[in-house]
Design a protein around this ligand. Structure first.
Ligand code: RM4
Ligand code: MN
Length: 384
């Protein structure tokens, strides 16, 4: 039993986002931190630290154009030298002046062409870096009733998605991300999993849905969405983070570790650990140090997964079939209430890692090194 759980935990890969290593903040203030990377190469070096101490974060998601470089093949080779690989390529059609009224759903065909050209360029970058995954998130929507034709915007979206889909290679896929609101306040063109699912279903197997845990209304049962999408073969991945109010981008498992456990239980239950689901973090560390913030987040996902793997599935099934409501609930809660930290410490030691990644990073001297070395230049942040 423990051997199986350990094997599953060793196989679990959590992808960190390049943008988590740069400065970020709110619309009120971005607080600069010491030692922050000045370019994508330095972001990869920081991500490699997270992998070095946790052993389960071997890939890094890029965001284009924040991670624009002259030679993507060179960047991928640099990543390999650091012991990590390039993960999902995140497109960005939300920061150009042209996109004020939308990108792929903009009423102006010239803007739509510009947005599509960027998405196709992202597939070129996938080719150059060996990435198999394109992540599409659109900030498109409207602020006022009557502002644009809701239905026509779906047609435009559908057309753009079909063009991107047609450009994908054999082993490439795209993940369509939904978000309830923000920056659009009245309608959003991909507001929920149902909209994303419908578009992906029409396109085929290389189009899947990505669940950003911060992109729902309060109280939405995310594990239900996960169970449903997995059952349909349409759960492409996660953008993990946690929220108290809106799209807070706080550390996954910090606000609601029980929700994370419930989500990971449905992943385990639905065979998601073996189904190529991408477990990505989409977070910003505004007030906490960034590398430890990522290490803590990776550990939180690991802990929730370990607890999910501990659920006694036979006992649960027996209680469920027997209509034993309290018994079934108790099986789940027993797993959730188990302290899995000793198991994870043991697992790390078995693979030659320190048992406590947070302490190991703090002792490594890496932060002192980057704080001293990374002086001058422009720190990376949103838009760079
Ligand atoms: C969006 C969405 C995307 C992420 C950007 C930075 O809200 O979550 O996944 O790439 O933010
Ligand atoms: Mn996201």
């Amino acid at each position: 039993m423990t051997t199986d759980i350990k094997a599953a935990l060793r196989a679990l890969h959590i992808e960190t986002p390049s943008w988590a290593y740069g400065n970020s903040g709110t619309r009120f203030k971005v607080f600069a931190q010491q030692g922050v990377p000045r370019d994508p190469y330095e972001k990869l070096a920081d991500a490699a630290q997270v992998h070095a101490h946790t052993g389960v974060a071997p890939t890094v998601a890029l965001h284009i154009p924040w991670d624009k470089v002259a030679d993507y093949g060179h960047l991928a080779a640099h990543a390999r030298e650091l012991g990590v690989g390039i993960g999902a390529i995140n497109s960005n059609v939300f920061q150009d002046d042209a996109y004020m009224l939308g990108s792929v759903t903009n009423p102006d065909p010239a803007v739509r062409r510009k947005a599509l050209a960027h998405l196709l360029e992202c597939v070129d970058i996938m080719d150059a870096t060996g990435s198999a995954t394109l992540k599409l998130w659109f900030s498109d929507g409207t602020n006022y009733p009557g502002q644009d034709d809701i239905r026509a915007r779906q047609d435009r979206l559908s057309e753009a998605l079909a063009a991107v889909y047609a450009r994908l290679g054999e082993d490439q896929r795209f993940l369509l991300e939904y978000k309830l609101f923000e920056p659009a306040f009245y309608t959003t063109d991909v507001p929920d999993w149902g909209t994303a699912y419908a578009h992906c279903l029409k396109l085929g197997p290389k189009a899947q849905v990505v669940v950003d845990t911060g992109h729902h209304a309060p109280g939405v049962n995310i594990e239900f969405i996960v169970a449903f999408l997995l059952r349909e073969g349409k759960l492409g991945g996660f953008d993990f983070n946690s929220r108290f109010y809106a799209d807070d981008d706080l550390m996954v498992g910090a606000a609601d570790p029980f929700q994370l456990f419930r989500i990971m239980y449905e992943v385990v239950r639905g065979g998601g650990l073996e189904a190529g689901v991408a477990f990505m973090l989409d977070q910003c560390h505004n007030i906490e140090p960034k590398i430890p913030g990522q290490i803590r987040s990776v550990m939180n996902v690991q802990e929730a997964t370990a607890k999910a793997l501990l659920v006694d599935r036979d006992a649960l099934a027996a209680a469920q079939t027997g209509g034993d409501v309290l018994g079934a609930n108790a099986v789940l809660m027993d797993a959730y209430n188990t302290d899995v930290r000793p198991l994870l410490a043991e697992l790390r030691e078995e693979t030659g890692l320190a048992p406590d990644p947070m302490a190991a990073y703090a002792k490594s001297g890496y932060f002192e090194k980057i704080a001293a070395e990374r002086v001058g230049g422009t720190q990376a942040g949103w838009g760079a």
